[in-house]
Design a binder for this molecule. Structure first.
Ligand SMILES: Cc1cc2nc3c(=O)[nH]c(=O)nc-3n(C[C@H](O)[C@H](O)[C@H](O)COP(=O)(O)O)c2cc1C
Length: 214
């Protein structure tokens, strides 16, 4: 064991947060105390980022009319996704895919504008900006679970329409609508698995050595 390791209890807490984090779509209203929200946003902001570009921008939605407009955008895309799914349309429409109406806090996470000025680590892989934003969202997700709060990542929306709604500068690209807040209970497993939409695959099927064998 490395001398730098956390104590057994601390390690267990980290692995517990990872194992028990769930994408939540059912929320119990209520509120997120201001100091808790500040801690969560600091956790997100502590994420690694390519070239330390910190490409994330967080927009807290507090206006009810804006929340309603965002919900309408998501509903529009939910219908379009259903049509695109063809024979799985009805099955998809029965799934709950967001909790925008019930969550205590609504956040939009966007890629910043002017990303083309950042080349370090992105010359061949420009999408590393998005990977960095995903790291920030995962930090927030895990910290929220540790705080006893649920979070759901909603990506069913037209990014251009959401950018316009939020007055984002040209080149910025919203990539996540985050529903955050108290929940009655955390799902014991991914909801899409519980609902029979898909089966998660075990790690050993996705892991190989030296040569691609997955
Ligand atoms: C980038 C990303 C986008 C997602 N978008 C949606 C979404 O729009 N609606 C939804 O219901 N779930 C969404 N999810 C949640 C996934 O369905 C969920 O993470 C997956 O089923 C595994 O469940 P778990 O997070 O509870 O382990 C998204 C997850 C990620 C990582």
């Amino acid at each position: 064991m490395s001398g730098h390791a956390f104590s057994p209890e601390e390690r267990a807490a980290v692995y517990r947060a990872i194992a028990e984090r769930r994408d939540m779509r059912h929320f119990a209203g209520g509120e997120v105390p201001a100091d808790t929200l500040a801690r969560l946003l600091e956790a997100a902001h502590a994420a690694p980022s390519v070239g330390l570009m910190q490409p994330w921008r967080f927009i807290r939605i507090t206006r009810p009319d804006l929340r309603a407009a965002i919900a309408a955008l998501v509903e529009q895309e939910r219908q379009r996704t259903a049509e695109a799914l063809g024979e799985r349309r009805d099955e998809f429409m029965r799934l709950k895919v967001e909790g925008i109406g019930q969550c205590a806090e609504l956040l939009v996470v966007s890629l910043m504008d002017g990303r083309e000025g950042h080349l370090f680590g992105r010359r061949t892989l420009p999408e590393m900006d998005l990977a960095s934003v995903a790291c920030a969202v995962q930090n927030l997700w895990l910290a929220a679970r540790a705080e006893g709060l649920g979070m759901g990542w909603v990506s069913l929306f037209d990014p251009g329409a959401l950018a316009e709604l939020l007055g984002a500068p040209s080149g910025a690209r919203p990539v996540a609508i985050l529903c955050l807040g108290p929940v009655e209970a955390f799902y014991p497993a991914p909801m899409l698995a519980l609902e029979g939409w898909t089966e998660p695959r075990p790690l050993d099927e996705l892991l190989s050595e030296n040569q691609w064998n997955c």
